[in-house]
Design a protein around this ligand. Sequence first.
Ligand code: SAM
Length: 263
Amino acid sequence: MTELYQHRARKRFGQNFLHDAGVIHRILRAIHGRPGERLLEIGPGQGALTEGLLGSGARLDVIELDQDLIPLLRLKFGLNPLFTLHQGDAMKYDLSSIAAGDRLRVVGNLPYNISTPLIFHLLSFADIIADMHFMLQKEVVERLAAVPGNGDWGRLSIMVQYHCRVEHLFNVGPGAFNPPPKVDSAIVRLVPHTERPHVARDPVLLERVVREAFGQRRKTLRNTLKGTLDSAAIEAADVDPGLRPEQLDLAAYVRLANQLASS
Ligand code: SAM
């Protein structure tokens, strides 16, 4: 690139640009875009993944917050008819306006400072998303993919697994980025269920039960859910009130939420 477009990575936008060609190829192979598909990249940055995504022949929309990166992205990809650039905050985007009736495959080396709220925002569009591939802080991927009984199992695991199948694909060290982040990273694949294995009558109540249960991880459900569900109601959902929140699986949380819905 010419000096005109040299960009200094900005911390406040969570900018750690990928520069390891091996890692970039591995991510692109995992995504495996095809002509006719609709891809959406969040935070294209300087285009490390964008180039390969467009090379797949799929249509690609990108959302980039940093205005200073827009001229570079236009210069690199603006002439490609498959490419559409949106400048703005992905947290505020209505994805249905981009999808326009298609199902989106969402991709992003996400800014780590906003990755959790961004994932929750995207989950509200789960029914128009075919799949998602994200680079995230490794610890966050471990929480997403956690199983009950494990210390990582919590609100994030349960709410994401309610909507999606989660696959921890591979880890990426700090050296793959410029500047290198202080943490290890990992690639995760989230595939929204076409049919949910467990259905909450009111997902807002599921969110509430999970939040309250994990408000105090070390206490028993009898205590953490006090004021929401008493012991008899917990037992009516076929759950032992003497258990701690991390001992319950997704199905048990959905039963508790449905018990609350019927009370
Ligand atoms: N995809 C590029 C790469 O792999 O090299 C850049 C990844 S960098 C970790 C995150 C990117 O997301 C940056 O380009 C940053 O400006 C952009 N970004 C940060 N917050 C955003 C937001 N709310 N909406 C859209 N893009 C955002």
